[in-house]
Design a protein around this ligand. Sequence first.
Ligand SMILES: *Cc1c(COP(=O)(O)O)cnc(C)c1O
Length: 385
Amino acid sequence: MQFIDLAAQQKRIRKKIEQNLKRVLDHGAYVMGPEVDELEQRLAGMAGVKHALGCASGTDALLLALMALGIGPGDAVLVPSFTFFASAETVSLVGAVPVFVDISSEDFNLDPVKLERAVVALRKNDPRLHPLPELGGGPLKPKAVIAVDLYGLPADYAAINRIADNEGLTVIEDAAQSLGGSRQGKAAGSLGAVGCTSFYPAKPLGAYGEAGMVFTDDDDLAGTMTSLRVHGSGHHSYEHLYIGLNARLDTMQAAVLLAKLDIFSEELELRAQAAARYTELLAESQVETPALPEGCASAWAQYTVLAKDHEHRAALRDKLAEADVPTAVHYPAPVHLQPVYEHLGYRQGDFPVAEFTAGRVFSLPMHPYLKPADQKKIAGLLQKG
Ligand SMILES: *Cc1c(COP(=O)(O)O)cnc(C)c1O
């Protein structure tokens, strides 16, 4: 059994992929070619935003957003502690400090109540209200929130945007896992001021290499990110307005993505069906299944369940592995306890939900071509008793 079956997908659309790649070989515009424009237009439409800009990875998408917002030294960016490392890493890369916030125990996303408390703690420079990084120097200025749509489920942006508006913070949506999902009728990528996604091969819409995209309705931000994407370039060649990046998108990746985009909405439906089937089959099992709040559509990048604790998870994963069922842990440690952030002085116990969750989660095989019979087998292995 495969954890993600990319070969089954390729078999369906191999011809189209080959045609699209051949077109790139023929025209020879290997970087930012016409396929990139087409992909940007189609995905701007899908996300319901004015601007979609292709870039080199999801990590670069986050960097472009942070750089365009002018975030840097002395600034705080609020980030959930339970996420893929890049959500916080990019904050550090621009010289700002990630201020971690716990996740909700209802889903795996940023807890808005704790977010609000964290902002108050930052304003008052009072770590008794919320664990804050231990740094010498003056208080940090809260500038932005990176809300992450973990496993494909958009976070609670109604609440997050309200807090951000009151506090004058910009919301960056880390939609690396959620492209194709939605909340209250708004598509993932469009839920904050800037949305950032990834086309890493294992994501719901995956390239055959590295690629990413930023989404925004803001003309100024789009203009700045367009420049930053190509070394901060100006109106003519070799004029530079900013210190930027080489974050352009390869045309070959756009060509692959266009072929995959043709079947993406059908694949999202197949993922949703597979997720619903797991939830039904696992209702009386030894694991807790993921919530799908009212008015939300998840892209189901992962189907992630909760064991009782660390030992229970290890036992269940062993049992599944013996039966040839691959599983994975996303993510085994919360970001505030990563060795690289030791200097920030966070401690075990600072974000109890994130810590407890990291010790209990594991993801089951999930992709559009998952067979119901395989899901039944997995559910059988996870039954009680
Ligand atoms: C994958 C991922 C990223 C980074 O995307 P890359 O394309 O791998 O750089 C960022 N944030 C989250 C939540 C991710 O899952």
